[in-house]
Every structure is written in C-alpha cells, then in structure tokens.
Design a protein around this ligand. Sequence first.
Ligand code: ADP
Length: 460
Amino acid sequence: MVKKFKKVLVANRGEIAIRIFRACSELGIRTVGIYSKEDKYSLFRSKSDESYLVGEDKGPIEAYLDMESIIHIAKKKDVDAIHPGYGFLSENAEFARMCRENGIEFIGPSPEVMDRMGDKINSKKVAKEANVPTIPGVDHSIETAEEAKVIAKQIGYPIMLKASNGGGGRGMRVIEKEEDLVLEFDRAVSESKKAFGKACIFVEKYLRKPKHIEVQIVGDKHGNIVHLYERDCSVQRRHQKIIEFAPAFGLSEDVRDRICEDALKLANHVGYHSAGTLEFLVDADENYYFIEMNPRIQVEHTVSEMVTGIDIVQSQILVAQGYSLDSEEINIKSQDDIKLNGYSIQCRITTEDPKNNFMPDTGKIHVYRTGSGFGIRLDGGNGFTGSEITPHYDSLLVKTISWDRTFKNSIRKMLRSIKEIRIRGVKTNIGFLVNVLNHPDFVDGKCDTKFVDETEELFE
Ligand code: ADP
C-alpha cells in the first residue's frame, strides 16, 4: 500500500541536505530542514521550505545527533518521514526505531536489517551465510593480543586489525610482523574505545594493493531488488575516498558481473529495501571479497545516477512510501531495464591543503566561480562568494561530476571543469586532483587503494 508523503525532514546538512531537498521538491513534497547554531548562515538552510534550529545547547556535531529534539521537531511540524542523508544518524538503528515508534517513516532500511548489516563483523557473518566471499580472518571480536596472534599465524602476515563499528577510514591498523602485534593491539583497543565508544576489534588478512569496488543497489518493500552496477573508489588517501567513478575501468567484465550478482544475492538474503551499497576489495588476480555494507545513501551515489539515468534519492523516497520498483513513479521494470551509458567521475573538491598534509583550511571565500557546461554536474554545499568555511564540519565544498561516453573523455571534461574553478580565501585540493586525473595510471584504470599514498609526484 502506498502512503504518500506531504512533508519530509532532512536530518543532515550541507550538500547532501540540498540534494535531498531537491529530490523532494521534484516529487512535490514539502521539505523541513534542521540546523545547528553554527549553521545559522549556511546555504543549505535556505534551500528547504522551512527550517528549525536544533540542539541549541549542544556542540556543532552533537546538534545533528540529538535524536529526541529531531523527533520533537518532526512531530510538531507534522512530518511524514525523515531522511538521514549520510553520516550523523544514517546508520543508527535506534533512531530508525524511534522514528517508527513515533509514526514517522525512516527513509532507509528497516532497523532489523540495520542491526544485521550495520557493523563490519555482523555483515561479514551474513555474507558468509549467503556464500559471498569475505577476506580470510575471523567474524567475531578478539579480546586479547594473544588471540590475535593465533589467528595471524593461520592467515599469515600482513594482517589488519579493524574496529567493527569503525567508519570514515578510521579504526584500521596494518601489522606486518608478530613483534608489533601486542603494542598495536593495545593501541587499536584504546583508539576504538575513544572514537567509537567501545572496543570491538577483529582480524583479517591485509590485502596489499586492492581495488575498492562497490555495488549500488535499490530495493522496494515488495521484495524486488536491483543493482545499478559498480563504482571504483580506489583513489583514496588513508582509506578515505577522493575520486570515484562508474562503471569500473580496467577490470574484467566477468568479475564485474560476478561482483554485482553477489551484491544482489547478499541484499536479497537480508531482505533489503531502500538504497544501499555493498563494498568489495579486489586483489591483483581479480579475486574479490566483500568487506562491508553501507545501509544509506553515499557521497558517491551521483556517478551511478549519471551512468544509469536513475535518481537514487528519489527512488529511496518513493520506495519508503511503498511504491514498487516497477511502478510508474520509479519505472524500473526489471534488472534488464537498467542500462549503462558512458562513464562518470566524481571529484570531491575540499578546502584542504595537499601541501600541508591535507590540513583543513578555514576562512571567508571572497571569490567563488565553478566550471559547469555540457556533461558536468555540480552538487554543492555551502560554498559561495562571501561564505565562511568553519572548522566545525567536514571540508567537502562541492562535488564535481563529469559524464562522457568514454572514460578518457570523461577525464578530459573533468579536467576542463575543475581548471575553470576559481576559489579565493581558502585553500583547496584542486591542484592535487588535476595531478591524479593526469596520471597515466589513472587514465589506464590501474589505480589501487595505495596509489595516492605511494605516488609522491601527485603532491607537487
Ligand atoms: P570505512 O567503514 O572506515 O570506510 P571500509 O571497510 O569501507 O572502512 O574500508 C575502507 C578502506 O580501507 C578500503 O577501501 C580499503 O582501502 C581499506 N581496507 C579495508 N580492509 C582492508 C583489508 N583487509 N586489506 C587492505 N585494505 C583494506
């Protein structure tokens, strides 16, 4: 049964809040924004139909995590649904339950599925159940360094210690030899407690130079799930993505097909609905392994939209209302209905200084000009002439997304566009991005996850 939304609250800020407001507006849904006191003058606020201050007595991040206040605003303003965006409350099953208890639709998977797939250990267990390959190691938490030693002996060094509830590239440690294990294990435990509230550490084989390939899926509440093919997110710095593209380039067609099929198998296994991403690592011999699921919209969803023509955020909102994938509104009749067209690349333009260890820069922007034109999409956040970049939030300024029929032309278009950008007042990573896009390894689709960390000339 379809229950149409009249009003949606977006529990997020910056570019993703704007992205979701736009999707709602196109669907004829009124939008409600929330903002912290630090975001009082931020651009995203003015892009919603109405907006309310949240967490006045809280810190800049904590304000967006203030579940009770957000629910309170939603109820007071008669909101039908809440979209959590990415980060903040997007992977919080407790928040999804609170929404449900208050008669508000949470735009995402069910809390039960979030419990099963929400952390790295649990999702690894589920992948094994579904016969999807995972990285050799364990799928339970390790209490002592001695225990880790025994496992490391079985799988061989190098190994990785991972925090099950880690995210954003944090909570991972590579260990090359047994002598380092005790010290590193203690560090991993205390770091994990500090960053994520508890220490839930597990061990797996460290792959030296894998590619990061992930599959976008969308499912409805009637048991239909499709994939929107894969993205390559190997261009990373310290396990954090910088440039993403779709479809993968320089990987065999057969492996790409199998990864997409396995992603679908896993999503079906847990009865997934809404948009989600299944992440895999692929080694030099093209063996692939599932690493985790992100049960939410991702920063890089844009490139999959560009090559399939499907609006993923709108699809999320429509399936949350009960529409089936093959409904007139979503119009995906079957998997075969989804055709790949061309190549799309996304660059995350950040206010970071590549020459100073990517330190976030702050200050007033006094010149802000971007490069658009045919084949270029800009998903912006809070950047405009006169805007203030504060130290409170992540440093993503604008996502530049290119599309062209071939990978090389898509790179050319991206280069042309980001070279047109003029930003004065804060430092950006544009020069660094230009170096990556011009590098022969990038052009040939050869970048692995160590490419940035091991290629000094990118920083010149
Ligand atoms: P997060 O949740 O912090 O984003 P992920 O599990 O998605 O963490 O991993 C992020 C990145 O860390 C991967 O893309 C990859 O570069 C690296 N990584 C994770 N696990 C391994 C591993 N076992 N071997 C090598 N690299 C890994």
